[in-house]
Design a protein around this ligand. Structure first.
Ligand code: ANZ
Ligand code: ZN
Length: 843
């Protein structure tokens, strides 16, 4: 039989699959559907190992699903807009589009070389006007529903990317892309109202039983739901006691601590704070704090370890529950964009307030105590505020009982406690406060001051304000002749921005911001369902057939960004009546990282990148695919290992040779499994037992153990070939084993499998049009077993017994087998190890 020549086989089959359209989606409504999707790549250069792993996992799933009888949708595309293309264009003085299309072509060539079973006719490239037109269309739909809006507020500006960032793109206080610390700038920007969906995005996480817990936990945390109350304080006049008619509202999760308010806090950005200190002796210190705070990220500002800074404003608020005045301070740990942007300072219950009070010598009134605290005995019946200092070294953050809290004294306090409810109730009756649910999630800032993105389809007219571009004028196309190398931007490019108002016809200016690329990736999986539609982004019929995605595979780094935005987008489109699904992705698999052999992340700067070509060229794509899936379960990280590559290649060759040997002269046909003897019977049992195990491992996506099972079958077949005399071989069994090895390895090593399917097994068509083989674990059970029989611990003979023999039957057979050795001896004891051995104690 021929030697295994990976390069020749792989080229041949890639050509044939292309010609025959083997991986075109059937669109057969009589079959059950399966939508297998890998997160589409950003075309920044050639594909790396992480991509190879991502797509290999998805490809194995898609191919197996095909063999399982599903109508499979397995598409690919590119997340093609974004800054790297623009930066490369600036650097090399070329066009971003040219760079991007070139990279996409390179990546596609590598994908084909890897033998991925994509339906390439459905290719989606987000920078194609046929695609981004529909992103603009959806923006306009959201605008009409009030889900897209423009607002001026302090935003994160990345000084090195020269654009604003969404909150989700500030990761641990830094730009997600370049690692710079963003600055806060007050800018007019465009937003999508993801906060309208905060509760549903949170609730529906519980439905996503096919998602990893940690991804759901990250989303829950990011959405950050807090139940609490809004409480209105009254600003006091300059004398500090006379109420004015101005209210300042706080958000608190601890209304129970209202009697312990020692001070009141505003953030340095607060316009109200600026107004209160204007022209006073506090103004200089305030301005200094404000400037210093601008340099600190909001994550750092909230960090509990960071030293807190504050200045007194000289003014007071009046506490609604007891009429006590509290001094208004400006503090850098208070944020403008959470809650109401104002905080009631309760040092006895909040560690940050406690630290702040200690630093600035402010009162710490104990209004909640644990029962074993000596203060509790002293104050438990005390309704008036008598004690305003404590000897504690930290705040009381556990549950306790209210003291010095008027009529609420004695109630149990803490988060969600009866005291919280009682005090909110009291305030509500008087119109001084109300229950409030607060989310940490902010609206999604989508405008970017960059060229290579999807233009926001809006026009600004001095008379009419912001006016949408009429639908029949979509898409707003990106100009392709900007001089990026010379630093030209859309905002400076008159042929783009000069236009007329669609409403009044006067000269007007097109919006020159483009949309965050995460808007493009929020719905690409819907376009794949109907990629050539020119009337709509997709037909409802097509998305309702294919959605939701059954298996989505990608990196954990998208836990919040892409995976949260896509969920939001899906819900918006559902509410627009365009799709039935509530959630886009039923099962999510976050694949682990591929690290170098020292366990370090591969990166260009470290110079430790192993390019896929370094494996594909010498060994072939099938070896590459095999090693990627064999080395670790999909969700685990693994360290790249040269020896594993060589090992995988040895196995492919060995399996190749075993299949050829088995199939030589063999033929398909029925055989009587019960009459198989010796090695043949054993091979048949192994095939059924391990085949069944392999199948269930596939179904759970555990490819590494599925491959181990195939390896064991190959070993058993090898033993059979070596030890069975030619005349005892059963040719139908040989064929069946060869066939099944080919079939169950086909999702992983597709070229190898197709070649053997045709050349060794002489079958027609494609192995992917075959049903997945059936394995019956019942048939794996042997009818008889051979047990060892020992006398005083030494093996003296063997007995063949029925696999389900009773203890008595086993003992009887064992004693019969060694009757000669027992002659003249007395049997004292018989120890039976079922199915294995019998030990006889005799003397
Ligand atoms: C009084 C209080 C007493 C508080 C106490 C806590 C403990 P979560 O759970 O994250 O929602 N807070 C409210 N708005 C803030 C802002 N803009 N910047 C900084 N802190 C703010 O946290 C809610 C708590 O965070 C609120 O409850 C408030 O402090 C603070 F013993 O109010 B609390
Ligand atoms: Zn940046």
């Amino acid at each position: 039989f021929p030697a295994y020549d990976a390069a020749a086989i792989e080229g041949k089959w890639q050509r044939i699959w292309d010609e025959k359209g083997t991986y075109k989606t059937d669109e057969d409504p009589n079959k059950p559907k399966k939508y297998v999707l890998e997160m589409f790549p950003y075309p920044s250069g050639d594909l790396h190992m992480g991509h190879a792993r991502n797509y290999t996992i998805g490809d194995a799933m898609a191919r197996q699903a095909r063999m399982r009888g599903y109508d499979v949708l397995h598409p690919i595309g590119f997340d093609a807009f974004g800054l790297p293309a623009e930066n490369a264009a600036i650097k090399h003085n070329t066009q971003a589009a040219a760079w991007t299309y070139q990279n996409m072509d390179n990546a596609l060539a590598t994908m084909r070389r890897m033998g991925f079973s994509y339906d390439y006719d459905r290719l989606v490239r987000t920078c194609d006007p046929e695609y981004y037109k529909w992103g603009q269309w959806m923006f306009l739909k959201m605008w009409e529903k009030g889900l897209a809006y423009r607002a001026t507020s302090p935003v994160n500006w990345c000084p090195s990317c020269n654009t604003v960032l969404a909150n989700e793109q500030v990761v641990e206080g830094r730009c997600w892309r370049c690692g710079s610390v963003p600055e806060k700038r007050e800018l007019s920007q465009w937003y999508l109202k993801i906060t309208d969906y905060a509760q549903e995005l949170l609730d529906d996480l519980d439905k996503l039983t096919g998602w990893p817990e940690n991804v759901k936990a990250q989303q829950r945390n990011w959405i950050g739901r807090s139940e609490g109350a809004e409480i209105d304080f009254t600003l006091a006049d300059k004398d500090g006691v006379t109420p004015t008619d101005r209210k300042i509202t706080v958000f608190t999760t601890r209304a129970d601590t209202l009697f312990g308010v020692s001070f009141f806090l505003l953030p340095p950005e607060s316009p109200l704070a600026a107004e209160l200190v204007a022209g006073t002796e506090c103004e200089a210190a305030f301005k200094e704090l404000k400037e210093a705070t601008e340099k600190v990220s909001s994550v750092d500002r909230q960090g509990s370890a960071r030293e807190k800074h504050g200045v007194f404003t000289g003014r007071y608020v009046i506490n609604p529950i007891n009429g006590r005045p509290a001094p208004i301070w400006v503090a850098d740990y208070v944020l403008m964009d959470y809650g109401t942007g104002a905080v009631m300072g309760v040092p006895c219950g909040d560690q940050r307030d406690f630290d702040f009070a200690k630093k600035y010598g402010l009162e710490i009134a104990p209004i909640i105590c644990e029962k074993d605290d000596p203060l509790y005995d002293e104050l438990k019946d005390e309704r008036e505020l008598k004690v305003t200092s404590v000897s504690w070294d930290h705040a009381m953050d556990a549950e306790g009982y209210l003291v010095q809290s008027g009529e609420f004294t004695g109630l149990k306090g803490g988060k969600h406690s009866e005291a919280v409810d009682a005090i909110i109730g009291w305030l509500s009756e008087r119109g001084l406060g109300r229950k409030k649910v607060q989310f940490r999630l902010r609206d999604w800032l989508i405008s970017r001051q960059r060229y290579w993105g999807n233009p926001i389809p809006m026009i600004h007219c001095d008379c009419c304000g912001d006016v949408p571009v009429p639908y029949d004028q979509l898409p707003v196309t990106l100009p392709d002749n900007l001089d990026l190398g010379a630093g030209e931007t859309l905002a400076e490019y008159a042929p783009f921005y000069e236009t007329t108002c669609p409403k009044c016809g006067r000269p007007a200016k097109r919006i020159t911001d483009t949309m965050d690329t995460f808007t493009c990736s929020s719905w690409y999986y819907l376009r794949y369902c109907d990629p050539h539609n020119t009337e709509l982004p997709f037909s409802k019929e097509s998305v309702d057939r294919w959605m939701p995605v059954d298996n989505y595979i990608g990196g954990i780094e998208h836990a919040i960004l892409h995976l949260l935005y896509s969920r939001f987008w899906t819900k918006v489109l559902r509410d627009l009546g365009m799709i039935d699904a509530d959630e886009p992705f039923t099962n999510l698999l976050c694949q682990g990282m591929v690290k170098d052999h020292n366990g370090e992340t591969m990166s260009k700067s470290k110079g430790n990148v192993v390019p896929p070509s370094s494996v594909i060229e010498p060994y072939g794509a099938d070896t590459m695919r095999l090693v990627i899936l064999f080395i670790a379960p999909p969700e685990k990280d693994f360290d790249w290992d040269e020896k594993a590559v060589a090992g995988a290649n040895r196995f492919i060759k060995r399996a190749w040779s075993i299949v050829w040997q088995l199939s030589a002269g063999a033929h398909a046909g029925e055989f009587d499994a019960r009459s198989l003897k010796g090695q043949a019977g054993e091979l048949f049992r192994t095939l059924n037992g391990l085949g069944a195990r392999c199948t269930s491992d596939y179904d759970r996506g555990q490819f590494n153990t599925a491959i181990s099972a195939v390896m064991e079958i190959v070993n058993a077949a090898s033993k059979y070939l070596n030890e069975t005399p030619a005349e005892d071989r059963v040719l139908e069994l040989d064929f069946r084993v060869a066939h099944d090895i080919v079939a169950i390895l086909a999702p992983i090593c597709p070229h190898w499998a197709e070649e053997l399917y045709h050349e060794a097994l002489h079958l027609e068509g494609s192995v992917y049009n075959e049903p997945w083989p059936e394995f019956d674990p019942e048939l794996a059970k042997a009818d008889t077993v051979e047990i060892a029989v020992q006398v005083m611990g030494k093996v003296r003979g063997h007995a063949t017994i029925a696999a389900d023999a009773t203890r008595e039957q086993t003992e009887k057979a064992a004693l019969a087998a060694i009757s000669e050795q027992l002659e003249g001896k007395t049997v004292r004891k018989v120890i039976v190890v079922p199915g294995k051995l019998v030990n006889v104690v005799a003397n």
